[in-house]
Unconditional design. Structure first.
Length: 389
């Protein structure tokens, strides 16, 4: 097998109009719009609309979209009861992944697979996933669930439900930028999982459940948790060089460094670096500073060893940023999902209703068999009692 094709590297599996990545030049485009323009001028709600509908909304369309998001935040009582019955030690990503498919039980049109029905499901999921994450965080800490505030916009409402207070303008702006940056990234592992499931004509809840499972792994969305564990382990900047050298000698990765697509700095990492520096203040500034020095030393040592540069990815600075904002570390990946649900849903809809193929073709990649071979007729079966121990 060509080494370049391992992990489906460089294999084109479908067309998409949703996003584009220029890995050589560090560019990320949503529906034709540069991520930097969206960060500077847009909001997460407007970006989510763009991803779902393909065009930026006018004021009336955005107001209607925002209203629908607000109206969809409340969780079914039986879903909350299920959350309350979970062990308090359950991991937030596991809880979220199990909660999402149960939402199908409350969707009266779940077996109607029209484009409009799927858009309404997408809106409901964008709205409810933050409610699930915040509700579980309250439940596991023995606290009362904070109900959504219909006066607050999407980002502000999640911060309110997690922290139990109205967020500041600066907090909302920073978090909204984080959501925009994580909203979409073409055919990454979780998005591919969602599209592959959609190709079977499964409903959107199943597709998103699969995407959540893929996101939870440490080589994907779970990497931001691993970055913060790394920072805790290093603890002090004076330990960085030895810590990195020891990890590389063990053949382990430096989490938050390197990317499967980008051959230069991930454009999202540049923005998150600046946000981390601005948010990590006073005694928390050390987490930004350790991160910065991890980036610098890793670049130097890996470039010397491999004779090719390595750059930070989206996870490196998001870890310290979320920690300094006050989020529990294990909410990092669910927060990723709170954003990426907009991209996942857009891809599920595109997979189901692509113009070139209104009915999606079932994904069925081919594998190269390298297992046991006993000749043209296969291996001869030996009855159990005659097999040697």
């Amino acid at each position: 097998m060509d080494a370049r094709n391992i992990g489906l590297r460089n294999i084109e599996v479908a067309d998409t109009k949703i996003s584009s990545i220029d890995g050589e030049n560090g560019k990320l485009i949503y529906r034709g719009y540069d991520i930097l323009d969206l960060v500077n001028h847009s909001t997460f709600e407007e970006t989510a609309y763009l991803l779902l509908y393909g065009e930026l909304p006018d004021k009336i369309q955005l107001d209607e979209f925002s209203y629908k998001l607000k109206q969809s935040r409340k969780l079914p009582i039986s879903l909350i009861a299920n959350l309350e019955n979970r062990p308090k030690t359950a991991r937030p990503m596991d809880v979220l992944q199990s909660a999402v498919p149960s939402l199908a039980d409350f969707d009266e049109s779940v077996y109607s697979d029209t484009k409009e029905d799927n858009i309404q499901r997408a809106i409901s999921l964008i709205s409810k996933i933050p409610s699930i994450v915040s509700a579980w965080n309250s439940i596991r800490n023995g606290q009362e669930i904070i109900e959504p505030d219909e006066e607050l916009r999407h980002s502000a409402n999640f911060l309110y439900m997690v922290f139990g207070r109205k967020p500041t303008f600066e907090e909302v702006k920073v978090f909204d930028i984080c959501l925009i940056l994580h909203a979409e990234h073409s055919f990454n592992a979780s998005t591919f999982a969602a599209r592959e499931i959609a190709s079977t004509r499964a409903h959107m809840y199943s597709c998103i459940c699969g995407a959540l499972g893929a996101l939870s792994g440490e080589l994907h969305g779970g990497a931001n948790v691993e970055v913060m564990k790394m920072l805790f382990d290093i603890h002090d900047a004076k330990n960085i060089e030895k810590w990195i050298q020891d990890k590389l000698k063990e053949g382990k990765r430096i989490m938050g460094m390197g990317h499967a697509v980008y051959r230069t700095t991930d454009p999202r990492a540049d923005i998150l670096e600046r946000l981390s520096k601005s948010v990590c203040k006073n005694e928390n500034y050390k987490w930004y500073e350790i991160t910065r020095q991890v980036e610098q030393y890793t670049k130097k040592i890996i470039t010397d060893i491999r004779k090719q540069p390595i750059y930070p990815n989206v996870d490196l600075y998001s870890a310290s940023l979320y920690y300094c904002m006050g989020f529990p570390v294990d909410l990092n990946t669910p927060i990723f999902a709170i954003s990426r649900i907009s991209g996942w849903a857009a891809h599920v809809i595109e997979e189901k209703f692509a113009e070139a193929a209104p009915k999606p073709a079932l994904y069925r990649p081919k594998a190269v068999y390298v297992g046991k071979y006993c000749g043209p007729m296969g291996c001869e079966y030996t009855p159990l009692k005659k097999r040697k121990i």
